[in-house]
Design a protein around this ligand. Structure first.
Ligand code: C2E
Ligand code: CA
Ligand code: CA
Ligand code: CA
Length: 279
């Protein structure tokens, strides 16, 4: 520690201080974010690769703070997990996204699937199943319009318990997708026992598909395995035509990424991508 020297020590401690004070600021600001209506959702299309048809959208949380500006969910979600605010925030996301879908249907658009991210704390919360069924009932939507995304690492932590949680959610008809797939060391024997519909191939494998033979092997293996187990596949973070071509040639069902669209506000999404009901 002595060798570090006085200056670098001071630098280090100052850096720590800045980080801690930002974390503290975000923590207290987050407590008011919901009431002050600073949170909102953007929606990113999920598209069938073969027909380029919109299947659904993923709801992604956005936070604009009057002084701190835009704060990424990658920064504030972990903090909301730590201080427990993720429970009310997660419930707000579910309600807001499903109300949006209800609104689109009432406006005469063809229904699509609404994909929602679940946090670890939400997934472990004993009231999850009730909360979901209550919200679906409130908005009067059939459960198959809702898809819950949980990450592979969440699924593989205490998988015996996860089997039970997924069975209950599935029993009410809700769809389940495993997010960030390929990053979380899945046990194949558990994967087989999980009541899930879809594997979401992590964007880290999609990024270098054109140049990295290892990533290509991982992606084709995931697609083949999913096909054998009867799951759908969706690739995330698709930005280029060559990535899309590779995925199509290898039998991936759906994709999501800047190539088709960034996450966008609900009105833009409806205008650009939703189909009006013909009947
Ligand atoms: P995620 O669920 O893996 O979401 C995908 C992220 O990739 C999103 O970042 C999305 O905007 C971004 N993305 C989409 N297409 C592309 C692309 O073509 N290229 C690149 N480079 N990125 C792309 P975002 O919106 O910043 O969200 C980050 C993470 O925050 C999410 O990762 C998710 O873990 C979490 N998150 C976002 N909204 C919620 C929420 O409502 N609840 C929970 N629990 N977590 C959320
Ligand atoms: Ca996700
Ligand atoms: Ca993901
Ligand atoms: Ca790589």
């Amino acid at each position: 520690v002595k060798e570090i020297g006085r200056n670098s020590y001071l630098f280090f401690s100052k850096d720590m201080q800045i980080r801690t004070s930002r974390a503290l600021k975000i923590d207290s600001a987050l407590r008011e974010a919901l009431q002050k209506q600073q949170l909102y959702l953007h929606y990113q299309p999920q598209v069938n690769i073969e027909h380029q048809k919109l299947i659904g959208v993923e709801a992604l949380l956005r936070w604009e703070h009057p002084e701190l500006g835009m704060i990424s969910p990658a920064e504030f979600i972990p903090q909301a997990e730590a201080n427990g605010l993720i429970i009310p925030i997660g419930e707000w996301v579910l309600k807001t996204a499903l109300n949006q879908l209800r609104q689109w249907i009432d406006d005469g658009y063809e229904p699509i699937v609404m994909a929602i991210n679940l946090s670890t704390a939400q997934f472990r919360h004993e009231n999850l199943n009730n909360m979901v069924s209550q919200v679906l009932h409130e908005v009067q939507l059939p459960p198959e319009y809702l898809e819950l995304e949980l990450t592979e690492s969440m699924a593989m932590t205490d998988p015996e318990k996860v089997i039970g949680v997924l069975d209950k959610l599935h029993a009410q008809g809700v769809r389940i997708a495993i997010d960030d797939f390929g990053t979380g060391y899945s046990s194949l024997s558990y994967l087989k026992k999980f009541n899930i519909d879809k594997l979401k191939i992590d964007q880290s494998f999609v990024r270098d598909i054109a140049t990295d033979a290892g990533d290509r092997a991982i992606v084709t293996t995931i697609i083949q395995m999913a096909t054998i187990l009867g799951f759908n596949t969706i690739a995330e973070g698709v930005e280029t035509s060559s990535q899309l071509d590779f995925l199509r040639e290898n039998g991936c069902h759906e994709y999501q990424g800047y190539k088709f669209s960034k996450p966008i506000p609900p009105d833009t999404l409806a205008e650009k991508y939703l189909q009006k009901n013909s009947g």
